[in-house]
Design a protein around this ligand. Structure first.
Ligand code: PEP
Ligand code: MN
Length: 361
């Protein structure tokens, strides 16, 4: 039986003011009390209510700046007292969770290296049990949706219902424009599975460079995601971690103001009629697709029987490769991408082989 997540939507946590995007901003790392306070001042001045700062930093190399640790939690408490902001930080162990509870951290997030580790996820879930702290889970570094869902499930089973996700992209060995592969497809799948769950994008860690933040933030909004977690530092050039990707509060304000926020739906009657007519057409096409697929499977079954009579193996690799190449060429003429047609045809082929195998048994 699949586990059903029992989630309270982000809009009901009382932390975020509407309209979209719900915004979490602050430095990659808390470095000094002055830097934490100065950044918070700049952000709260234009209405940011939720402040982020890394206290324990998961760095690739030992010896890099690994965060200031517990003393930084006192600075976050001061941010709360001075600016009335909610504060959040990353936790990766039971010790981190206990320290956050002690210092009144309002939200915690799980980093991409931690959400990929079921042992740590269980340890964190156990430590959070019985608290009401919202938890945001970043996608694991590798594009594995089940690992991501599993992390959420562990928290949910420990009674955490104020759950959200942060899409920050995936590690990749191929050189790409960004620091991490945005892999939006997986975000869309997650959003489709859990439409009620608070969904943030982290354009900062996706981009790795502030020059890409605007386009990635706009993309996240175009996909209808609820919010953004963006790194902001009062003096980015001097940041002890992720200097290239941080924005000053002022630049973040400009970025947010530049975003075009489209509604998830519209009350306009003409729009409603138009979209209903188009959706009805899609339904008819989908119905036809099912009929065609059923016909195709029936022919596969016949082929299976025929091969059996003549003692011929089911898979003839050469034939499939040729068929796929022809389909790719034809699909391209119709404006369908090679990636899409290959995925569709491979899924159909897998099912055909299954059907033919059943005939052999
Ligand atoms: C961070 O948010 O500072 C961070 C370390 O992010 P990630 O876990 O996405 O790498
Ligand atoms: Mn960072």
């Amino acid at each position: 039986m699949e586990y059903e997540l029992d989630i309270i939507p982000g809009t009901e946590w009382g932390f975020f003011t509407l309209p979209r995007p719900m915004c979490i901003a602050g430095p990659c790392s808390a470095e000094t009390e002055e830097q934490v306070m100065e950044t918070a001042r700049g952000l709260s001045a234009f209405g940011i209510h939720v402040y982020r700062a890394g206290i324990w930093k998961p760095r690739t190399h030992p010896g890099s700046f690994e965060g200031v640790g517990t003393p930084g939690l006192k600075w976050l408490r001061k941010v709360k007292e001075t600016y009335g902001m909610k504060v959040c930080t990353e936790v990766a162990s039971e010790k981190h969770v206990l320290e956050c509870i002690k210092y009144g951290v309002d939200i915690v997030w799980i980093g991409a290296r931690t959400s990929a580790n079921p042992f740590l996820m269980q340890e964190i879930a156990d430590a959070l049990e019985g608290t009401d702290i919202p938890v945001l889970v970043k996608n694991p570094v590798n594009p594995d949706i089940d690992l991501w869902v599993g992390a959420l499930e562990r928290l949910n089973r420990a009674g955490i219902k104020k759950l959200g996700v942060i899409h920050r992209g995936f590690s990749t060995s191929a050189p790409i424009l960004y620091r991490n592969d945005p892999g939006w497809k997986l975000a869309i799948e997650m959003r489709t599975r859990y439409p009620q769950m608070a969904f943030f994008a982290d354009p900062s860690h996706m981009a790795g460079d502030r020059k890409y933040l605007q386009e990635l933030s706009q993309r996240a909004m175009d996909l209808g995601l609820d919010g953004l977690m963006v790194e902001s530092h009062c003096n980015p050039a001097c940041a002890l971690s992720d200097a290239k990707q941080q924005l000053t509060p002022h630049d973040l304000q400009n970025l947010l103001e530049s975003l075009v926020i489209r509604e998830n739906t519209s009350d306009n009657e003409a729009y409603k009629d138009g979209i209903e007519a188009l959706r009805a057409r899609i339904d008819v096409i989908d119905d036809n697709l099912i009929k065609l697929l059923a016909d195709r499977m029936e022919v596969s079954r016949k082929i299976g029987r025929y091969k059996k009579e003549h003692n011929v193996a089911i898979i003839q690799a050469g034939r499939w490769d040729a068929l796929l190449a022809a389909m790719v060429a034809r699909a391209r003429e119709k404006g369908i991408s090679e990636e899409a047609i290959t995925a569709i045809m491979n899924a159909i082929h897998d099912e055909s082989v299954k059907v033919q195998n059943e005939v052999l048994r």
